[in-house]
Ligand binder design. Structure first.
Ligand SMILES: Cc1ncc(COP(=O)(O)O)c(C=O)c1O
Length: 389
């Protein structure tokens, strides 16, 4: 079978010489444009910090979507709050009618993501929150750039949260932002010098692994030796001995962003990042538009796909269990959100459980070459049932 395993493919952007090309172009509209912004160590840390800034009474309920990654839920438990769930519609927006009135009355905040990079207007959600005095946390982990309907992405939320490592070649990083509430009360601890050094070497190590920085290999080997020496000295952050929370790795949620992440983010050309993601997305779309028993989750016109900065290409696959298993064995850059938080309820009119089973998230980041995207798509198409002649 033809496949793309001739080089192990990165699941996140990687630092390469071309990562910095075009850094002087004007940046695109993004969550960075909101009035108040602060960097955190991750998207999950930003959610946790948003909850802390809201100063909700202990035990308050926070609503999350049934289709989620556990890292969206863990911060709520860490903040000593309760979780309730809402169903999602076919476009990924909350199905607000799935929230019972008694739950709505207990609820003090709601976490609403823009899935896969497809931003939507959150007008209806904003109105629902305003009518009930519920805080809206707009989860932009998949959607760093662009407009969400009438507003800039992130501007609907009381707070907006984002993940740097999904869009920039950094090992860790997140953003907590708001168009309406100050983040000045955020008190994050500065990272230790050891963590700073480790941060730089981690970036370079990953880069070398994927042949990102041609010409620096010998020097990098020396740095990795240093990293090995430091390895056991870095103190892990506070860990709570609960299965799901340790699965989510909530260490360092109280820390400031590492200098390495800050510098790389600052010098990364957002125009190039978005353009390459759109190119890779369009390639996937082209491959799968006439596939058998698989289809792009969203039926986008060419104009729509040019207006988004995709995080992944969401592919609906009928026989997803079998195909995802093969792709995992091939170590392809594909995710599926099939690990839900225990207790996630089954609700009527909810696209969530179907997406958890059938939607494969094919990475389309800027460090996947065009031929690699072609090979991933062709490999998947070969695994699908062939159309009858
Ligand atoms: C929608 C969404 N929100 C939040 C997060 C957490 O982001 P991070 O991995 O940067 O902590 C993720 C991670 O996958 C996510 O997909």
């Amino acid at each position: 079978m033809e496949n793309a395993s001739y080089r192990s493919l990165p699941k996140h952007p990687v630092l390469t010489w071309s990562s910095l090309r075009g850094a002087l172009l004007p940046p695109l509209t993004s969550i960075d444009n909101l009035k108040y912004t602060a960097f955190t160590t991750s998207g999950r840390a930003a959610i946790y910090q948003a909850l802390c800034l809201l100063e909700l009474p202990a035990g308050s309920t926070v609503l999350v979507p049934s289709y989620h990654c556990p890292t969206m839920v863990a911060p709520i438990f860490l903040a000593h709050l309760k979780v309730a769930y809402f169903a999602i519609k076919d476009d990924g927006l909350p199905n607000l009618s799935s929230i019972e009135e008694t739950t709505a009355q207990r609820c003090k905040a709601i976490l609403v993501p823009h899935y896969f990079g497809f931003s939507n207007s959150l007008r209806e959600v904003r109105d629902w929150c305003d009518a009930r005095d519920v805080a809206l946390i707009e989860d932009c982990a998949h959607c760093y750039f662009g407009q969400a309907g009438e507003r800039t992405v992130g501007a609907w939320g009381d707070y907006a949260t984002a993940s740097l490592s999904k869009f920039f070649p950094v090992q860790e990083g997140g953003v907590l932002a708001s168009s309406r509430r100050s983040v000045a009360k955020l008190h994050l601890k500065p990272p230790t010098m050891t963590a700073q050094v480790k941060g730089f070497t981690d970036v370079l190590e990953t880069s070398a692994k994927f042949n990102g920085l041609y010409g620096l290999n010998a020097g990098l080997k020396l740095i990795f030796k240093l990293k090995k020496l430091l390895k056991n000295k870095v103190r892990a952050g506070k860990k709570i001995n609960q299965d799901m929370i340790s699965y989510c790795d909530m260490a360092r949620i109280d820390n400031k962003l590492l200098l390495s992440s800050l510098l790389i983010k600052y010098f990364s050309p957002s125009n190039m990042i978005v353009k390459k993601r759109q190119r890779n997305y369009a390639q996937y779309e082209n491959h799968f538009k006439s596939a058998t028993q698989a289809r792009p989750l969203f039926d986008l016109t060419a104009k729509d796909s040019a207006a988004i900065a995709p995080y992944v290409f969401p592919l609906w696959v009928d026989d997803a269990d079998r195909i995802y298993q093969v792709l995992k064995e091939l170590n392809f850059p594909v995710f599926r959100w099939d690990k839900l938080w225990p207790g996630t309820p089954i609700m009527v009119n909810d696209a969530g459980p179907l997406w958890s089973k059938h939607v494969l998230q094919l990475l389309c980041h800027q460090d996947l070459a065009s031929r690699e995207v072609d090979n991933i798509a062709k490999t998947i198409i070969q695994l699908l049932p062939q159309p009858s002649a």
